[in-house]
Design a protein. Structure first.
Length: 84
């Protein structure tokens, strides 16, 4: 079976967990061998899993939260529909 990207994305978690049927796993691997986008999605998903499992605490830069909220407010207000 030839899988498209959507099929692969729907199976990424099972692929990483090693719970795919061997035939489906082979189909996913064939797709990943030639699809840069799906390979990037796979790598990103693995990285997220690694980051979420990391129990270290990182210090944020001073005023990070205020700058983040200001930036979000600016973006959201520029995207808000006119109330007129």
């Amino acid at each position: 079976m030839v899988l498209n990207c959507r099929h692969v994305w729907d199976r990424i978690s099972d692929y990483i967990d090693g719970t795919l049927d061997p035939e489906v796993r082979a189909d996913v691997e064939r797709h990943l061998a030639h699809c840069e986008i799906c390979s990037a999605v796979l790598d990103s998903t693995r990285n997220i899993i690694i980051l979420m499992a990391d129990d270290r605490v990182f210090e944020l830069p001073v005023d990070f939260s205020q700058r983040l909220h200001a930036r979000l407010d600016a973006v959201l207000s520029s995207e808000a529909p006119d109330s007129a």
